[in-house]
Unconditional design. Structure first.
Length: 258
């Protein structure tokens, strides 16, 4: 049997301040298989983003082990792409250059990846915007540029930290469709952090449900829905999954029906 691509075993994280210690996550154990898209959903402050940063090696874990491809994560990882909540584009660079900054930072040959960058921009509806500056783009368009930037170097792992969080409702729906389509085309291993139960169920193969801080895994739901999934054609099973997850949060005291 093939080992999971990502493994977290009994992972803890404690942040030390001048006055006390804050336990962010406790005893977190889960796997992500190669080409699987897994979502973590939970309340604010439960350690979701901390988990993503620990997987990326941007934050050290206090206890337990994290491996990617069988290798211990003990430093920042480079063989991945990250989509953050904010696009964080360089204002003085045009769209194409903002995508290719990933290539330049890594010392890769820009001429080999420029066509890939243009294809990604076309895939997300930004064909013809290559020479525009960030101030000429809407918030949704900026986030599409950041998606292309995360994928242009063809990483095997994609990490997404609340990629829809700063967007309006309609743009969120469209970009979630963009991400699903790009993921289905390339089948990268992916980890999505979100507050949204419907978005987690729409995009993920499995949904990890977190408790309030210190964040612990209280349940993992396998999402058995055919792809592609569309917001305008979701069946009753989708509602059943979202209802089951809401029930877990009600039991945790995160959601209350009044």
């Amino acid at each position: 049997m093939t080992e999971p691509y990502i493994q977290l075993k009994n992972v803890d994280k404690i942040y030390l301040t001048k006055t006390d210690a804050i336990e962010a996550v406790r005893d977190v154990t889960f796997d992500i298989n190669e080409s699987e898209l897994v979502a973590i959903v939970g309340p604010s402050g439960c350690g979701k983003t901390t988990i993503l940063k620990m997987v990326a090696g941007l934050v050290s874990h206090t206890g337990g082990t994290i491996t990617i491809g069988g290798k211990i994560v003990d430093r920042p990882q480079t063989d991945l792409g990250i989509i953050f909540q904010d696009a964080v584009l360089l204002d003085w660079q045009d769209v194409l250059s903002n995508v290719l900054i990933q290539i330049n930072i890594r010392g890769m040959d820009q001429s080999e990846y420029e066509q890939k960058a243009r294809e990604l921009l076309k895939d997300v509806g930004l064909d013809g915007f290559e020479t525009k500056k960030p101030y000429e783009l809407s918030g949704g368009m900026k986030q599409r540029v950041s998606i292309c930037r995360a994928l242009v170097h063809e990483p095997p792992l994609l990490l997404m930290d609340e990629p829809f969080g700063s967007l309006d409702a309609l743009t969120r729906e469209q970009i979630s469709m963009d991400i699903q389509r790009l993921w289905m085309e390339e089948r990268k291993t992916a980890l999505l952090i979100t507050h949204s139960i419907p978005e987690a169920v729409l995009l993920a193969d499995r949904v990890i449900i977190m408790s309030p801080r210190p964040g612990r895994i209280v349940d993992i739901k396998k999402i058995d829905l055919p792809r592609p999934r569309r917001w305008d054609s979701l069946d009753m099973k989708f509602n059943e999954y979202t209802g089951e997850i809401r029930k877990v949060f009600q039991q945790q005291g995160v959601l209350a029906l009044r």
